[in-house]
Design a protein around this ligand. Structure first.
Ligand code: PLP
Length: 451
């Protein structure tokens, strides 16, 4: 019998395309997407799925925006490439715009991915301390459950052991502290007291490691992929205070949280802090083209100026700040502004959180529902009192069944402590109320069928 076109496409995929971070299971072929419209994806069979994860937390303005395709086309015709050893107009305009969004004075270093942006931050911080006469500062502090990327340095900063397993040893000098998991804080302790207790742990870590060896601290405004762990404002303010007290540079990884995802332009703007370095990618272009940024306070950049041999930052990548990527990012930011998508993200996030609470809170396996803007997490437990996590099989079943009902959701990154029990949501900021209601209705149906 002749094979159908779709069957042969699956076979070709399975015999040629090595999928990212996915087990290879022949009887469970990958979804082959062919089109995106708004918050929806269409696969090669014609099935429609609401993308409740915006791809990998990145398609902030939704799929199918012709304005971005046109911006890329126009720029490619005009000037397709120029290395950033020199400059070009879209890079200049975008850097200016990012500074406006950051409400700060930063130098903008362009790369291609979130991992790249974090690598740049680590390298330039080490160089900065050296050029500042502090030769012993090389260590970075991060948190368990955090994800900061897949390259050797960014993976070292990552606090998820299974992501590193079989790839070690990685870069040295990366340390991790306890993440702020408010749902699992000690009984009878307020969220604020718990978060300040974690800050005591941070200060002890700095001291025990010998304070003059700590170069930087990296954190997301909230831990996203590691399970949606939202800090109390006192926690973030204390982090900044400790950084200032011990002359440590603070990196805010805004790779997911930037560009409206949490209901502010940048996630750190929820707190009274001004990071030394901000890394960004994903929503910068709404994933229409690859681009990332390491934004560095101008006073840090001062140390890299001048003609002394090797005082400049000796880092280069071929495609970072590609003119078309910059043009697409500029158009993306224009759309975010014109359509008030940052404010919409705050409102939609609140709406979605309320609807999820109304619809799911009484379910026996729903332990906690939390979120900030359009980053949401649903923690599933075997019992509301024991808070024992459901098995990773159970959570995978929920994700699979949602997909069968036409909804793509995520789950938190693999941990070794058994807490692989958090469903994640991050729909496009442009999602309609109907889209959000669809997410809630599918989750209610699937969870009701699985109790
Ligand atoms: N930082 C955070 C918080 C991320 O979530 C990711 C990717 O998911 C990265 C860094 C790495 O970004 P990329 O996959 O573009 O290298």
């Amino acid at each position: 019998m002749e094979k159908t076109k779709t069957e042969s496409l699956i076979e070709k995929d399975q015999s040629n395309v090595w999928h990212h971070i996915s087990p290879y299971v022949e009887e469970n072929p990958a979804m082959i997407a062919v089109k995106g419209e708004g918050s929806w994806l269409i696969d090669h069979h014609g099935n429609r799925y609401l993308d409740g994860m915006s791809g990998l937390w990145c398609v902030n303005i939704g799929y199918g925006r012709e304005e971005l395709a046109k911006a890329a086309y126009e720029q490619m015709k005009e000037l397709c490439y120029m290395p950033l050893t020199q400059s070009h107009i879209p890079a200049i305009k975008l850097a200016e715009k990012i500074n406006e969004w950051l409400e700060g004075e930063y130098m903008i270093f362009y790369s291609n991915s979130g991992s790249d942006a974090n690598e740049v931050a680590f390298k330039l911080i080490r160089q900065y301390h050296q050029q500042n006469g502090e030769h012993g500062r090389f260590k970075f502090i991060s948190r368990h459950r955090a994800y900061h990327g897949s390259s050797m340095g960014a993976l070292s900063a990552t606090g998820q052991a299974l992501r590193k397993y079989k790839y070690e040893p990685l870069a040295s000098g990366f340390l991790h502290i306890t993440p702020p998991d408010s749902y699992r804080r000690p009984e009878n302790m307020s969220v604020e007291a718990y978060h300040l207790m974690l800050m005591e742990e941070l200060e002890k870590k700095i001291i025990w490691e010998q304070k003059e060896t700590i170069a930087g601290i990296i954190m997301e405004p909230l831990i996203t992929g590691g399970g949606v762990l939202i800090p109390h404002h006192a926690y973030m303010e204390k982090v900044q205070e400790l950084c200032q007290k011990y002359s440590i540079l603070l990196i805010l990884d805004e790779v997911i949280c930037g560009f409206g995802r949490t209901g502010k332009k940048f996630g750190h703007q929820h707190f009274n802090i001004k990071p030394d370095i901000v890394t960004m990618a994903k929503g910068l272009t709404s994933a229409y083209l690859p681009l990332s940024v390491t934004a560095v306070k101008k006073e840090i950049f001062e140390k890299f100026k001048g003609s002394d041999e090797n005082v400049h930052f000796r880092h280069i990548n071929t495609f970072g700040g590609n003119p078309s990527s910059c043009a697409v990012a500029l158009k993306n930011l224009e759309i975010l502004e014109e359509e008030n998508l940052v404010e919409k993200s705050a409102q939609s996030g609140k709406y979605l959180l309320d609807q999820l609470n109304n619809g799911l809170n009484s379910h026996p396996n729903v332990g906690d529902i939390r979120g900030l803007g359009l980053v949401l997490g649903i923690e599933l437990v075997d019992g509301k009192h024991t808070k024992a996590p459901v098995s990773s099989k159970f959570i995978a079943k929920i994700v699979t069944e949602c997909k069968k009902e036409g909804l793509i959701i995520g789950k938190n990154g693999d941990t070794v402590d058994g807490y692989n029990n958090i469903l994640t949501l991050s729909p496009p900021l442009s999602s309609t109320e109907e889209d959000l209601n669809f997410i809630v209705s599918v989750l209610m149906k699937v969870l009701q069928n699985n109790q």
